[in-house]
Design a protein around this ligand. Structure first.
Ligand SMILES: *[C@@H]1O[C@H](CO)[C@@H](O)[C@H](O)[C@H]1NC(C)=O
Ligand SMILES: *[C@@H]1O[C@H](CO)[C@@H](O)[C@H](O)[C@H]1NC(C)=O
Ligand SMILES: *[C@@H]1O[C@H](CO)[C@@H](O)[C@H](O)[C@H]1NC(C)=O
Ligand SMILES: *[C@@H]1O[C@H](CO)[C@@H](O)[C@H](O)[C@H]1NC(C)=O
Ligand SMILES: *[C@@H]1O[C@H](CO)[C@@H](O)[C@H](O)[C@H]1NC(C)=O
Ligand SMILES: *[C@@H]1O[C@H](CO)[C@@H](O)[C@H](O)[C@H]1NC(C)=O
Ligand SMILES: *[C@@H]1O[C@H](CO)[C@@H](O)[C@H](O)[C@H]1NC(C)=O
Ligand SMILES: *[C@@H]1O[C@H](CO)[C@@H](O)[C@H](O)[C@H]1NC(C)=O
Ligand SMILES: *[C@@H]1O[C@H](CO)[C@@H](O)[C@H](O)[C@H]1NC(C)=O
Ligand SMILES: *[C@@H]1O[C@H](CO)[C@@H](O)[C@H](O)[C@H]1NC(C)=O
Length: 664
């Protein structure tokens, strides 16, 4: 039985007037959060096929981004959102909601299939390029629209989520299932990351081409955990072992703006890209890749690192003035926050995901300090700490003595709770000042308490803009706080769930950051080279065509105006057999548009570029040809660099190819 029932029942009672009043006015923050967590879990489940009430026609295990089809159309499924959502569901399952296991297993099935879909970036076999596709139809078929491709955070995040579940299985007698069903999916993702981690790609907001902090940090996490997990399963992942230190090196050396004292969200961006670089990208990265046992040093950008805390301040401050709903809030308190200050999507508004992550990262950081029993403030993090605790100074604050406490199951640090223990502490217990006589008056505990209070402030801001039924959209209006854009957004609801888990002291298992080797002395971005990809048949993947193909990267120089895009069309199946709108191109280095296709060997391929206008598809005049060679070792790659020609055939009306997305 899935969630919609619970949601409907709760929503029905919450919609009644007095209940709204009560939720807004009389519930404590703890009570509000406990209620909202149930609503959020149920809301997430409503957006998962095949049984979710809002996920009609979605295939089994498919997480839809949202049920709305206008403003904007989110009835699609993204690899990234799905992985992050099931990451949250995994942890709800681990803390005892046994009924969620079938949802997780449905997700595994869906992802085995998703890996094999023929995409505008190619396929799983032989190059793995298809795994970089961000977006699919909800029945797990190809999405043909022009989009920001590739987005290689998807495979990294999916591997992380699946390994989280493998970790559970290994503790619960599931070794065989882990090896036979799940690991083959994870292996494809890890190999993809090892091969392609440094490529120019689009960020999590699908807007900026370059290398994105969130993506690189998630990739590093996947490779480190992949190497450990392989060992636990009795395998090895040499590609994980060779590439993880290189990704770490890249992460450590490229994403810090020393002048601005904040993380730079995107680097290697196109000429003319001019944002401050302050972007919630870093918050989502630090939260998703949080490791409770990790060190705080800056190289890894964990929540407790000085660089993440300084970035938190720069990020939050960047929204204080620009959103009218923040007027009148204390200068050192929590405010509504969005993706990045320059955002203009729907007018540029606060996002629930982002404000919730502003809280989550602080709960994470406090937990790491608590786990370590000490907190070091340096000149980078000093401004962050001083806004919360004016007498904060550079130096190390130690936990008071008497820090350890005894439970029926063993010892833990004071105030810390971990999931999976028999004497799980409920919400609202444990944190706080002076519960234990010898904590009273300690600067260490006072600083942590002020961080937690500050974090709670962001949750309170979200609470102010929580609708009666508790179901979050994507954004809330910068002036009025009204919900905007994409109602019942799965990712917003999942972000509430993970925030709650961290606030309640539930942490995902460590992914091994504490034990990584020191950074290499010189970095290398070459990647691990071509890998062998194969469908995860036992998990439900269909067998894919493994005949030998030649990879062609088509590139064309085409200047376009707003609302026009470029497709490529031609006489092989990956070029849509002359359909004008089958194979979209992407402009990571505009005005050069690119598309990757797989062509049969020893073939003359006829092709032409097509401009997609608001009301027609205009073929360039004349056809071009490229001839593929013998397949050789199956690793043959060709590329073109063409200049688009003037208009030829125009397709305007009555065009309807059953294989494509548009008909007139
Ligand atoms: C546990 O999961 C079920 C769905 O399987 C859901 O209906 C229920 O609300 C969840 N319980 C909590 C406390 O979130
Ligand atoms: C689901 O599919 C059926 C049959 O194609 C269609 O009639 C219905 O409108 C679809 N539902 C949604 C929500 O798209
Ligand atoms: C999958 O969904 C797309 C978009 O709704 C639709 O055009 C296509 O026919 C469906 N494919 C299958 C095999 O059901
Ligand atoms: C770094 O920060 C400074 C100060 O905020 C800003 O002027 C500069 O543009 C930033 N650099 C980059 C590369 O974004
Ligand atoms: C936000 O609210 C203001 C004031 O009502 C309105 O003018 C504006 O259009 C709203 N923004 C969006 C994106 O709807
Ligand atoms: C909750 O209410 C909003 C309007 O405030 C609506 O758009 C949304 O669909 C509702 N969600 C649910 C699950 O009832
Ligand atoms: C693309 O075309 C423009 C206009 O013809 C030209 O100025 C530019 O150099 C071309 N770029 C490349 C990379 O060929
Ligand atoms: C594509 O068209 C060219 C030119 O007409 C032809 O020589 C070639 O055989 C065709 N290729 C395929 C795969 O049909
Ligand atoms: C196709 O669309 C473009 C841009 O909207 C327009 O300039 C052109 O005239 C159209 N062509 C035809 C034949 O309708
Ligand atoms: C290009 O190929 C298409 C599809 O075969 C054909 O209809 C068209 O006549 C060709 N155009 C030229 C200029 O050869």
């Amino acid at each position: 039985m899935h969630g919609p029932l619970a949601l409907v029942l709760f929503a029905a009672s919450a919609l009644a007037g007095p209940a709204i009043e009560q939720r807004q006015a009389t519930l404590s923050l703890d009570e509000f959060i406990a209620q909202e967590r149930r609503i959020a879990v149920a809301g997430v489940l409503a957006n998962i096929g095949p049984d979710g009430a809002s996920a009609q026609n979605a295939s089994r295990g498919v997480v839809i981004a949202g049920p709305g089809i206008v403003n904007p159309d989110y009835r699609y499924t993204w690899t990234r959102d799905s992985a992050m959502t099931i990451h949250a569901i995994n942890e709800e399952f681990f803390v005892g909601n046994a009924s969620l296991q079938s949802t997780i297993e449905d997700y595994i099935y869906a992802e085995a299939i998703r890996q094999t879909v023929n995409t505008p970036l190619g396929d799983l076999y032989p190059w793995g390029t298809g795994l970089g596709e961000p977006k699919y139809q909800i029945n797990l078929t190809r999405f043909h629209g022009v989009w920001g491709r590739p987005q290689p955070d998807g495979p990294a995040l999916r591997a992380i989520t699946l390994m989280g579940y493998i970790d559970y299985l290994l503790d619960n007698g599931g070794m065989a299932q882990a090896k036979r069903i799940i690991w083959p999916i994870v292996v494809n993702d890890l190999l993809f990351v090892a091969q392609y981690w440094s490529i120019i790609s689009y960020d999590l907001w699908e807007e900026v081409a370059g290398n994105s902090f969130f993506t690189i940090q998630s990739m590093h996490h996947s490779l480190v955990e992949g190497a450990h997990m392989a060992t636990r399963l009795g395998y090895t992942c040499p590609q994980c072992e060779s590439q993880a230190p290189q990704v770490a090196c890249f992460l450590a050396n490229n994403f810090w703006n020393e002048t601005g004292q904040h993380v730079l969200a995107n680097i290697n961006t196109p000429e003319g890209f001019s944002r401050s670089g302050i972007d919630s990208n870093f918050l989502l990265g630090a939260a998703e890749n949080f490791d409770i046992d990790a060190p705080c040093d800056n190289a890894y950008y964990q929540p407790c690192s000085s660089r993440i805390l300084a970035s938190h301040k720069a990020y939050v401050d960047s929204f204080r003035e620009i959103y009218p709903i923040n007027a009148g809030r204390p200068a050192n308190g929590a405010v509504a926050t969005g993706r990045y200050p320059e955002d203009t999507y729907y007018g540029g508004n606060p996002w629930y995901i982002c404000t919730l992550n502003a809280a989550e990262v602080l709960y994470d950081a406090a937990a790491q300090f608590r786990r370590q029993g000490q907190l070091t403030i340096d000149s980078t993090s000093l401004p962050f700490f001083q806004q919360l605790y004016p007498s904060a100074a550079v130096g190390t604050y130690n936990a008071p003595s008497g820090w350890w406490q005894r439970h029926s199951w063993g010892w833990s640090r004071w105030g810390e709770k971990t999931w999976g223990k028999p004497s799980w502490w409920g919400p609202g217990r444990g944190y706080g000042r002076g519960r234990n006589g010898n904590q009273r008056g300690s600067a260490f505990t006072d600083i942590l308490a002020s961080m937690t209070t500050y974090a709670d402030g962001f949750v309170s801001v979200v609470r102010e803009y929580t609708p009666a039924n508790g179901s979050y959209s994507e954004q809330y209006n910068r002036t009025t706080g009204e919900m905007l854009s994409a109602y019942d957004l799965t990712w917003s609801l999942a972000a509430f769930v993970t925030m709650t888990q961290r606030r309640n002291g539930q942490y995902p298992a460590s992914w091994g950051l504490r034990d990584v080797a020191p950074l290499p002395s010189s970095c290398n971005t070459a990647g691990a080279g071509p890998q062998n990809y194969a469908p995860a048949i036992e998990a439900g993947a269909p067998p894919v065509d493994m005949s030998c193909t030649v990879q062609i990267t088509f590139r064309v120089n085409a200047t376009t105006t707003f609302g026009t895009n470029i497709y490529i069309s031609g006489n092989i199946s990956d070029l849509g057999n002359w359909a004008p709108d089958y194979e979209p191109m992407t402009p990571p280095s505009y005005p050069i548009w690119e598309a990757i296709v797989e062509a049969p060997p020893n073939t003359v391929v006829s092709y032409a570029y097509v401009q997609q206008n608001p009301a027609n598809y205009t073929f360039e005049v004349g056809n071009r040809t490229i001839t593929t060679p013998d397949c050789g070792n199956g690793r043959v790659q060709l590329s073109t660099l063409d200049a688009i020609r003037g208009p030829g055939t125009v397709i305007t009306e009555n065009y309807c190819n059953p294989d494509v997305t548009r008909c007139w």
